[in-house]
Design a protein around this ligand. Sequence first.
Ligand code: PRP
Length: 212
Amino acid sequence: MKTMLNIALPKGRLGEKVYGMFEKAGFECPSIKENNRKLIFENPQKGVRYFWVKPSDVAIYVEHGAADIGIAGKDILLEYSPDVYELLDLDIGKCRMAVAAKHGFRDSTQKTLRVATKFTNITKDYYAKQGRDIDIIHLNGSIELAPILGLSDVIVDIVETGTTLKENNLEVIETIVPISARLIANKSGFKFKNDKIEELVCELSKQTEGKQ
Ligand code: PRP
């Protein structure tokens, strides 16, 4: 029997874009385009099996070997440091991790800075490098509300178009790191299914070349 490559795709618009790249790379699985609520699709002829996974969970599936490879945002890789190989920058899903605050916010270094975020580790590392004392307020979403309601002084969050900040009268005050989608691999899967993964990486890099 042909070895199956198990692939965790992030559910949503980014995942659909990624699937398009995999299809072009010769790893197609036509049944995935059937519009239903199934989460697993396979094409035994091509030896591929795709799963739709919550984007922030992709690295968990890959780290534990439930998927051999997957596509995760650099934000998740920096935040959770999963024990996986990062094989390729797909140059899509581009955004940045940034500090934002209300217009006209003036930081007073005398005071502990209150920072609301979903990305606790990225935030701690960033301010530790600056030797700045902070209090972290961990939120799970709608982070932009925090400075508006006085819950925090600033936020650390993903900024893509900047629309969410603008609509809520906030602005970027510092960029922490650029973010994009990365192809990741399970460490033993990478060893045992190396030929197939290398072939995929080679085909996908042809699609990202010149874009970087
Ligand atoms: C992210 C982020 C911002 C928004 C930025 O939220 O947390 O709220 O996108 O995008 P923009 O700069 O294009 O407006 P997401 O939609 O991922 O959901 P979340 O609220 O669960 O974080």
